[in-house]
Design a binder for this molecule. Structure first.
Ligand code: OOG
Ligand code: NI
Length: 469
């Protein structure tokens, strides 16, 4: 068959994410409320905000912002085989593993990658991505619960035979599917990521795993890799968080990530807390009623991607903030903790020129309006060209995640008892082991931004006739 007979992966990603969103709204109706809140906060921000990025949006091409499409979801997997199969599923909708995230420093026996579109063109077609964590049995100290969990995981099969058949077919067709195959693929994938109301373990086993670590119960005791949240993009995360509170949602205490800034960097996130959902556990006497807490809704606001140096500074200031918070002998409420964050981050420059000159943020360069008329000195610096209006620098958006923020989101949604046993997890990263389990390398997180910046500069140099093709 010719290329035309296959569905474009970017298009299929949209179909897939819309199906996921519809399913999740049905499964977790509160998520539908969250979407409405975010939409109304975004509309207000678009109408009233003086933030140059938002006014540009108001005057520019709003449709290209795709504000109404979720930015990400998250799943938690139990075995290398599940991770490899999920990788095959996501390749069909144009998502590839980028970045390695070690969550063990936060007491979680998990590590992760993000499956996402890797080009600007694909991101702008549909920005949907999936934060995907994998259980690390090597970090579980209690042999009995580890065996119980591995046993449950070895018995479950979260991919339907039809889905597996479609994955094989796609691989014979360069990861593409025909329209009829594509609809079957979306339908069958939803079975993998949907909620199954009957647990795979008895209540006793569930409780035992939960006592060992709540994440263990969530990963091992169910028949699917249920999506645990979806995350729309908000233009004003503080306003959206406040609105969630007003509407009576139970929200996470603090927003994760950097403090509010004039020049936003990286990623800020918060969530409504996971719900108690009724669940049925198999037993000798038939089904036993119980409940499980795993699924929530999250919102995110994205800023600029930072360079290695910017990231080192971010990590240093975040560690310093956490050190001060934990060293404080008094009880600190959320606003006191936020104050420490703001004060500590005063050391992170907050205007685009400084951020650019100090090499803290990645920029996309293009020719300015006066590029063609301006006189260009010999061997000009980028600064030179910017001050002459030859070049315009726009910060590149951060498309990835932050391990400590992810851990904060995890923990608020596992319940307050999570931290109790945190000290039973030894922390070390296993980037190599993760890639082995995945069956391929994850793309380095930093390189992509550096390459995008370099490529934009090179394009400008070509257009100005400063270099030859
Ligand atoms: C994933 C939590 C991390 C994020 O946005 O950082 C995450 C999970 O709870 O499974 O989604
Ligand atoms: Ni998330």
């Amino acid at each position: 068959p010719s290329q035309q007979e296959f569905v474009d992966p970017n298009e299929l990603r949209t179909t897939f994410s819309l199906a996921m969103s519809a399913m999740y709204k049905k499964e977790v109706p509160l998520y539908g409320d969250l979407i409405k809140i975010v939409q109304s906060v975004n509309e207000e921000a678009l109408r009233n905000s003086a933030d140059p990025k938002i006014t540009a949006m108001r005057n520019g091409n709003l449709a290209s912002e795709r504000l109404d499409l979720e930015r990400h979801g998250a799943i938690r997997l139990g075995t290398p085989h599940e991770l490899q199969t999920v990788r095959r599923i996501f390749a069909i909708i144009g998502l590839y593993p980028v970045g390695y995230y070690d969550l063990s420093p936060a007491g979680l026996p998990m590590h992760a990658t993000c499956f996402r579109p890797t080009t600007t063109a694909a991101l702008s077609r549909n920005p949907f991505r999936v934060f995907t964590t994998l259980l690390r049995p090597d970090l579980l100290k209690d042999a009995q619960s580890k065996d119980l969990a591995l046993d449950l995981l070895s018995q479950r099969s979260i991919f339907s035979p039809e889905l597996v058949r479609l994955l094989d077919a796609a691989e014979r067709q360069n990861h593409r599917l025909r329209p009829d195959e594509a609809s079957a693929f979306v339908r069958e994938s939803m079975k993998t990521f949907g909620w199954r109301p009957i647990a795979a373990a008895s209540k006793d086993v569930y409780q035992k795993l939960k006592d060992e670590h709540p994440i263990l119960a969530d990963v091992a005791c169910f028949q699917s890799a249920h999506i645990n949240h979806l995350t729309p993009r908000t233009l004003d995360i503080a306003a959206a968080q406040e609105r969630m509170r007003i509407e009576g949602l139970r929200v996470k205490e603090r927003i994760e990530g950097p403090p509010p800034r004039k020049c936003p960097v990286l990623l800020r996130q918060t969530s409504f807390l996971a719900l108690e959902e009724s669940t049925h556990f198999p037993s000798d006497r038939g089904l036993e009623e119980g409940c499980h807490k795993a699924r929530f809704g999250e919102i995110e606001e994205r800023g600029a991607a930072v360079t290695d140096r910017g990231r080192a500074l971010y990590d240093e200031l975040l560690n310093e903030t956490m050190r001060q918070i934990s060293a404080c002998p008094r009880y600190l409420d959320a606003s006191q903790k936020d104050k420490i964050l703001v004060d500590t981050f005063a050391r992170f420059p907050d205007n685009w020129d400084d951020l650019r000159r100090q090499g803290l943020v990645y920029f996309d360069y293009s020719l300015g309006a006066s590029a063609k008329e301006a006189t260009i000195p010999l061997n000009p610096s980028v600064d030179d060209l910017i001050s002459r209006g030859v070049l315009v620098a726009v910060p590149i958006t951060y498309e990835d995640f932050l391990p400590m923020s992810a851990a904060g989101i995890f923990q608020s949604n596992l319940g307050n008892d999570t931290t109790a046993k945190n000290d039973t997890i030894t922390s070390f990263s296993d980037h190599f082991g993760f890639q082995q389990n995945l069956g391929c390398a994850v793309t380095d997180l930093d390189t992509a931004y550096a390459m995008a910046q370099d490529a934009s500069l090179r394009k400008c140099a070509l257009e100005l006739g400063m270099v030859e093709d």
